[in-house]
Design a protein around this ligand. Structure first.
Ligand code: NAD
Length: 345
C-alpha cells in the first residue's frame, strides 16, 4: 500500500531548515504533500514587523516551494487559505475542519503528518481523528512524526530570516535569494567612472555585475550611430542579462546602466521615446539607482541630464546623485558603500 505524508507550514519564506525537513520526510514516504498556509491579515502583519524589502505574496511562496522541488515527482505542493480562523494555537478545531475540506477536495488520504513542533503532536491526533468522517482523509493509524525538533541541521527559523534576511542569506534557497537580491543600477555619462564603480562594488561585495550592453553591442557591430531599433534590442538583451545574473548573486547585483538612461540616450537622437523600453522601465524595479554627476557639463551632457531626470520623475523612480568633485572617485565609492550598507544591514 502506498503511504502518503503531509507537512504544514507558512514557509514565510521557505528556508534551508524547511528544505532539509521536506527532503528527509520525502524519503520516508511514497508521496509527500507540502501544504503552504496563508492568512492575509497575519501575513501582512508579519511583513510589517519584518526587515524584508518586499513582501513575498502567497503566489511567490508557492512558486519558491514549487521551483525547489520541481524535479521530485513524489513531492506535491498545495495551498491552504486560513483566513477567518483564529490564529495558531487558538483555532485548532476550525483549522482542522478547513484542512479536512481541502484534503477531501483534493482526494488526499494521509498516513503520516510530519512536524518538528513537538507541542503539536497530540493536537494533530486529537483534532484530526475526532472529525466527523475523519477516516475519509486520515488513516486510522495516523502517525505524527518529528524529524529534527532541535533544528540541529539548520539552526534557523523563518522569523530570523524575516528579521534579518541579508544576515541569513546562506539559509535561503536559491529562488528566495533571487527574490530578495538587491539590484543596484549605476548610471552616468561617458567617462563618469560608472563602469569602474560597478567593478569595484561587485568585487567588494563579492557578487555579480551586469555590463553595459550598449557599449559591447556598438563595438561588436562596429556601429558609431545607434538607431531606435538598436536601443530596443540593447534594452531587451540587458534585461535578459539582469534576470540571468540575479539567479546567482550574493545579496546584491550591480548593473551598469538601466532603462531610464537608455531612453534618455535615445531621446537625444530620436526625440521620441520607445515603448518597449518604457515597459522595461515600469517592469524592472531597481532598489538603488546611483547617478554619477560630473561637475563639468557639456551641452550634450546637460541634455542627457534633463531627459534622464524627466523620465525618472515621470516613472516615480528615485536616483541618488553622487556628485563627482575634482575627480575624487574614492569619495563616490565610499558614499555608495554607505547607501548600500544601510540597505542590507
Ligand atoms: P513554519 O513554516 O514555520 O514551519 C513548517 C515546519 O517546518 C514546522 O513543522 C517546523 O517545525 C519545521 N521547521 C521550521 N524550521 C525548521 C528548521 N530549522 N529545521 C527543521 N524543521 C524546521 O510553519 P508553522 O508556523 O509551523 O506552520 C503551521 C501552519 O499551520 C500555520 O500556517 C498555522 O497557522 C497552521 N495551524 C493553525 C492552527 C490554528 O489554531 N489556527 C493550528 C495548527 C496549525
Amino acid at each position: 500500500m502506498k503511504k502518503t505524508g503531509i507537512i504544514f507550514g507558512k514557509f514565510y519564506p521557505i528556508h534551508m531548515g524547511h528544505v532539509d525537513f521536506i527532503q528527509k520526510a520525502s524519503g520516508l514516504i511514497d508521496e509527500l504533500y507540502v501544504v503552504v498556509c496563508s492568512d492575509d491579515t497575519r501575513d501582512k502583519d508579519l511583513f510589517k514587523k519584518s526587515k524584508m524589502k518586499k513582501m513575498p505574496t502567497i503566489k511567490d511562496r508557492l512558486n519558491f516551494v514549487e521551483s525547489i522541488f520541481k524535479y521530485q515527482n513524489n513531492i506535491k505542493i498545495i495551498h491552504l487559505a486560513e483566513d477567518g480562523i483564529p490564529f495558531y494555537p487558538n483555532g485548532w478545531k476550525l483549522w482542522s475542519e478547513r484542512v479536512f475540506e481541502t484534503l477531501l477536495k483534493n482526494n488526499i488520504k494521509v498516513d503520516v503528518i510530519f512536524s518538528n513542533e513537538p507541542q503539536d503532536v497530540e493536537n494533530y491526533k486529537n483534532n484530526f481523528l475526532t472529525l466527523p468522517n475523519s477516516e475519509k482523509v486520515f488513516s486510522k493509524n495516523l502517525k505524527i512524526q518529528t524529524i529534527d525538533i532541535n533544528r540541529d541541521n539548520f539552526p534557523i527559523s523563518a522569523t530570523e530570516v524575516r528579521n534579518s534576511p541579508y544576515h541569513n542569506w546562506d539559509f535561503m534557497p536559491k529562488p528566495v535569494q533571487e527574490f530578495f537580491a538587491v539590484k543596484v543600477a549605476i548610471i552616468g555619462t561617458p567617462h563618469s567612472g560608472k563602469t569602474t564603480l560597478v567593478h569595484k562594488l561587485s568585487n567588494c561585495y563579492n557578487t555579480n555585475f551586469v555590463e553595459d550592453y550598449k557599449k559591447k553591442y556598438s563595438q561588436k557591430n562596429n556601429l558609431k550611430n545607434l538607431e531606435e531599433k538598436d536601443f530596443q534590442h540593447i534594452a531587451q538583451k540587458h534585461q535578459e542579462k539582469i534576470s540571468k545574473s540575479i539567479k546567482n548573486s550574493n545579496k546584491l547585483i550591480f548593473i551598469d546602466t538601466e532603462f531610464c538612461s537608455l531612453q534618455a540616450n535615445l531621446l537625444e537622437l530620436d526625440k521620441k521615446e520607445n515603448n518597449v523600453i518604457n515597459n522595461l522601465i515600469k517592469k524592472e524595479d531597481f532598489d538603488l539607482i546611483f547617478y554619477i554627476e560630473n561637475e563639468k557639463k557639456t551641452p550634450k551632457i546637460k541634455e542627457f541630464d534633463e531627459n534622464l531626470k524627466e523620465i525618472l520623475a515621470k516613472n516615480n523612480k528615485k536616483m541618488i546623485n553622487l556628485k563627482l568633485k575634482n575627480n575624487n572617485f574614492t569619495e563616490i565609492y565610499n558614499l555608495s558603500l554607505d547607501y548600500i550598507n544601510k540597505l542590507i544591514e
